[in-house]
Design a protein around this ligand. Structure first.
Ligand code: HAM
Length: 404
């Protein structure tokens, strides 16, 4: 038997499918309220796009890409995240040259060759948004508010972790002081951190190795070395969040696993889903458009991991909806097929093509959560009527066909 690949799941279970579509409904509506428009980009892109954006030193590009040479000898890979493709599309469409504000949202599968475990898949789905053209920290706050709104509507509790990664004024100096610190403990750190010291030193700060973590407790903190501009933006962001009752924790080790961030970085975590606790992450990436050969354009965004959220969603009470049609005689099947077709113009309507007794039809109507169970048998055919049960109010009636 052929099975799905490791870390790649079907969404087949009705309960899971309902949660998935409900999440998309809530997230999409919220993004629209914030003035965002739908964008769709290809699943397959040139590998160079991710090397230049997510960064060669990141685990995603270094170890986790589904990368191959296609039949035309092009080096391509399945997208490991959504931001790079949206930025590529933004530049390709010359929106960077047009200027102004451009806000997009997207949802779809992402692929990372990670070690699968609970909450960590090789094909997973993200809902994300990207905002271009605004350097204002109010837009950073709007991103955080949007995630918070979505989670609140879904009944999901969270902790928000916040950090500032500085910019090209303060980051280089900080990096130097961090590298000197790392050199002072280099003998005792893990091999990954030794490599990170050469490629992207700040990534050592979120090393999962306990020994490394205890060594880094006394490492210099970027938050204490921000330049005046980054410091004032960070203070302003905290103030906006306070004003809007969004609580947060400052996490000076939050560096994010992708290289394109500057200034604001944030992660939403849940304490109820085990070790893979990050349910959303994002931040500002003011240099990325320029890195990908576009005109310098400030940008900020986030993405949420849909699979990690599914079991946390508090589903609304499902109300009965629509019509179920059934025939009790073979001759009545044609009639109910036509009635179903007509009702579908304005309502959800399903019919059973097989003649069955009333009990079985009522079961079928209940299973599809219909509001009305509408049945035609020999009596109804003779009288030109239809028997209707309102399954919500538990009332029954016989209705003349021209009044139905
Ligand atoms: P990210 O933190 O790599 O950010 O991913 C965002 C979310 O995707 C995570 O918080 C997590 O919920 C989910 N996720 C990541 N990897 C997996 C996995 N292997 N299995 C299941 N869920 C996963 C980004 O991707 C950035 N593009 C976000 C962004 C948008 N930044 C600015 N704009």
């Amino acid at each position: 038997m052929i099975k799905s690949l490791r870390g790649m799941n079907d969404i087949l279970d009705e309960n899971e499918y309902k949660r998935f579509t409900y999440f998309l409904h809530v997230a999409t509506n919220t993004a629209k309220k914030y003035g965002f428009h739908y964008i769709e980009t290809p699943l397959l892109e040139e590998t160079a796009l991710f090397k230049r954006s997510v960064g060669e030193s990141s685990d995603i590009v270094g170890k986790e890409m589904y990368q191959f040479i296609d039949k035309g000898e092009n080096d391509v890979c399945l997208r490991p995240e959504g931001t790079a493709g949206v930025v590529r599309a933004f530049i390709q469409k010359k929106l960077d040259k047009a200027g102004g504000i451009h806000r997009f949202f997207y949802a779809g599968p992402m692929f990372r060759y990670e070690r699968p475990q609970k909450g960590r898949l090789r094909e997973f789905h993200q809902f994300g948004v990207e905002s271009f053209g605004l350097a204002s920290v109010y837009e950073d706050a709007a991103m955080i508010m949007m995630v918070s709104d979505i989670l609140k509507e879904l009944g999901i509790g969270y902790r928000l972790q916040l950090n500032s990664l500085g910019d090209s004024n303060c980051m280089p100096q900080y990096r130097e002081s961090l590298v000197s610190f790392i050199q002072s403990v280099e003998e005792d750190i893990c091999e990954d951190c030794k490599r990170r010291k050469e490629t992207n030193p700040i990534r050592v700060l979120d090393c999962k190795n306990e020994k490394c973590q205890s060594l880094y407790a006394t490492a210099p903190k970027l938050i204490n070395a921000l330049c005046a501009g980054c410091q004032s933006d960070f203070d302003k962001l905290k103030k906006i969040l306070n004003n809007n009752n969004i609580s947060y924790e400052i996490d000076t080790n939050l560096v994010r696993g992708l290289d394109y961030y500057s200034k604001t970085a944030f992660e939403f975590v849940s304490d109820n889903i085990g070790s893979q606790s990050a349910i959303a992450g994002g931040g500002r990436y003011d240099r990325l458009v320029e890195f990908l050969d576009g005109r310098p354009t400030p940008a900020v965004g986030f993405a949420m991991g849909i699979e990690r959220l599914l079991e946390l969603i508090n589903m609304p009470q499902e109300s009965r909806e629509g019509y179920y049609f059934g025939a009790m005689d073979d001759e009545a099947v044609d009639i109910i097929v036509s009635l179903t077709h007509k009702k579908r113009a304005t309502n959800k309507a399903i019919c059973d093509y097989k003649a069955k007794n009333l009990k079985n039809h009522l079961k079928g109507a209940d299973k599809m959560h219909a509001k009305y169970c509408c049945i035609i048998g020999t009596n109804e055919m003779a009288d030109n009527t239809i028997w209707v049960k309102d399954l919500q109010n538990k009332t029954e009636s016989i209705i003349k066909m021209d009044e139905f």
